[in-house]
Design a protein around this ligand. Structure first.
Ligand code: TPP
Ligand code: MG
Length: 590
């Protein structure tokens, strides 16, 4: 019960201010938004809390929500994104899908129409509980300002506990204006799930019996101490370590038990080896679609024993039956596992065998064309700061980094495991806003860049300088690859015409470079870093080298060209010089 004196000293606040105060009370410190007239009172509340809540104004809702998602990936805590009703929510929804599939804590606030107009198909009206039901972990709406502190506190708990994920909160328009007398609710110290000691002993016993164990490391919300502990456990036991799709920097790639990534475009040699394993230790990995190569890597009845560690029991064994499931916060599990007596690793030769596969993959083939992207990635590796953050997008270009780049322990690599194009540039800007002192490099294709590249204006607005590497092959290369496999020579709907990317960033006031020869990359990257400005390095790549392992000619090999393909439709000529076209070879590479 409030005493009369505390009630007197407490100001009556409008709902927008109560919301801003509730965010501060729950430890939220960043809000990424595109404004709408549906949340003017909340913007007004944020004005009063500008010392504690950094307001990042973006140019597109997909950019704003992806920035907030990147914040969640990098810190393990949720940021808030704010968008307007209807169209704003639709644009922003992609970031909610990323956060859901990638298990990232996130809060999305959506300005809602006045509650009294509900059901009239009012201007921009949407029922968010229906719209986001399959996309978010929880969707709710606040219709009474007095409920704000309670709902925000619960939303943070839902977003951060169990399997982390996105929560969507619609804000009725009039309740943001209502003036109420309500107390802030403090953050609750909730202890996380610790692994059962008996299960840890069972895990150790299973490991002691194994001859060819493989760890699959994935999941979200790893903290420094958890990363250090899992590294100790996996190196003490000399277990070969693979990482899940787009979870590359979860493990130090320079260690001699790192075996590479399991995901899209992974090394077929590694995939074959994982099929030979006699124990799978899935730590944080949901063993999802991409990691398990479309659910083919393992069998579902569990002939090969699987130990699966996840913070949410409901996710354990969702597809593949484990021999042992351990419900635990990943960091707590790592610390408990590191404290176990190591098993005598009779499999060290197996571990070295898997490591040598990784090393063989990193040897750069002599690709045709003037720009060898394998060498570019190896050069980039030597120039990345020890604590650099690298972001990626969806697209075939991403395979160059996963194959040739090893990330060190202090570095981070974040990308959309749900395969959302348009993620990398906003994620890099969000990362640089949150960690301005760290080097941030965003990798993106020409297709993905043109989806959300305009967010670079946000980088200028907030005075941060990420470096963007645009892999320009003048096509939606991934789809072209699938197309050539299914319908060789019949290029349909996948060619692109691009601007001059270097000139584009110069128009913003940034630093532009065009690189079409291998030797030009290192000095161009150095100049970009030294410029201190947001920078784009356009990599004019050989469009025929469709993946790190195949050319378009390889995909067509052995198939007869259809008559209709005699004159392939081409995209209109670009105004700037097109990427150098190299002759293709039917020989498989790498
Ligand atoms: C938002 C979104 N739209 C469409 C797709 C389907 N898609 C996957 S990769 C890809 C092409 C990517 O092109 P680009 O960014 O140029 O990279 P590239 O594959 O050429 O290296 C497309 C269209 C997707 N994954 N996400
Ligand atoms: Mg492309």
């Amino acid at each position: 019960m409030d005493s009369a004196s505390t009630r007197k000293s407490r100001p009556i606040r409008h709902g927008g201010r109560v919301l801003a105060d509730a965010l501060v009370a729950q430890g939220i410190d960043h809000v990424f938004e595109v404004p709408g007239e549906s949340f003017l009172d909340t913007l007004d509340g944020l004005y009063d809390q500008s010392q504690k809540l950094r307001l990042v104004t973006c140019r597109f809702e997909a950019g704003a929500v992806n920035m907030a998602e990147a914040y969640g990936k990098l810190t393990g805590r949720p940021a808030a994104a704010m968008v307007t009703r209807g169209p704003g929510a639709c644009h922003g929804s992609i970031g909610v899908h990323v956060a859901m599939q990638d298990s990232t804590p996130l809060l999305l606030f959506v300005g809602q129409i006045p509650h009294e107009d509900t059901g009239r198909d009012a201007f921009q009206e949407v029922d968010y509980r229906q719209m986001f039901a399959p996309l978010a972990k929880w969707v709710t709406q606040i219709d009474h300002a007095k409920r704000i502190p309670e709902v925000v506190a619960h939303a943070v708990d839902v977003a951060t506990t169990g399997r982390p994920g996105p929560v969507v909160i619609a804000l009725s328009e009039e309740m943001q204006r209502d003036r109420v007398d309500v107390r802030d609710i403090p953050r609750a110290p909730v202890s996380v799930a610790f692994p059962d000691p008996a299960a840890l002993q069972q895990m150790r016993a299973m490991l002691a019996k194994a001859r060819k164990p493989v760890a699959v490391l994935g999941g979200s919300c790893w903290q420094e101490q958890g990363r250090a502990a899992i590294r100790k456990f996996l190196t003490d036991n000399d277990i070969p370590v693979t990482v899940g799709f787009r979870r590359q920097a979860h493990y130090d790639g320079t260690l001699d038990n790192f075996a590479g990534d399991l995901g899209v475009g992974s090394d077929p040699g590694l995939i074959a080896k994982v099929k030979e394993a006699d124990l799978i230790l899935a730590i944080g990995s949901r063993l999802g679609d991409a990691v398990t190569q479309g659910y083919t890597l393992l069998d579902m009845v569990g002939s090969v024993p699987i130990i699966q560690v996840l913070p949410d029991g409901g996710e354990i064994g969702r597809v593949f039956r484990p021999a042992l499931g351990i419900v635990s916060d990943l960091n707590s599990f790592a610390e408990a596992a590191a404290a176990l007596d190591p098993v005598q690793p009779v499999w060290s030769r197996w571990t070295r065998e898997l490591r040598s596969l990784r090393e063989a993959q990193r040897a750069v083939p002599n690709y045709e064309g003037t720009l060898n992207l394998g060498t570019v990635m190896r050069e980039l590796e030597t120039m990345l700061a020890p604590d650099a953050i690298v972001t990626t997008d969806a697209g075939n270009f991403a395979g160059w980094a996963t194959r040739f780049l090893n990330f060190g322990d202090g570095q981070r690599y974040i990308g959309p495991t749900n395969g959302a194009m348009g993620y990398s540039v906003p994620a890099g800007i969000g990362a640089k806003i949150v960690f301005p002192e760290r080097m941030v490099v965003s990798l993106v294709g020409d297709g993905g860049f043109m989806m959300t590249g305009q967010e670079l204006a946000t980088a200028f607005h907030h005075g941060v300088a990420p470096i963007v590497l645009v892999f320009n092959n003048q096509m939606y290369g991934t789809i072209r690859m699938h197309q050539e496999r299914a319908y060789p020579w019949r290029v349909s709907g996948t060619a692109l015409t691009n601007p001059d990317f270097a000139k584009l960033i110069e128009a913003f006031g940034g630093h532009g470079e065009v690189v079409s020869e291998t030797a030009a990359f290192t000095p161009a990257f150095r100049r970009a870093v030294e410029s201190g400005k947001p920078a784009i390095i356009e990599l004019r790549v050989n469009p025929d080298q469709i993946t790190t392992r195949a050319t378009i000619a390889d995909l067509r090999a052995g198939k007869t060209p259809p008559k209709s393909a005699a004159k392939p439709k081409r995209a209109p000529a670009a105004k700037h010089p097109a990427p150098a076209r190299a002759s293709v070879s039917a020989k498989k590479r790498g």
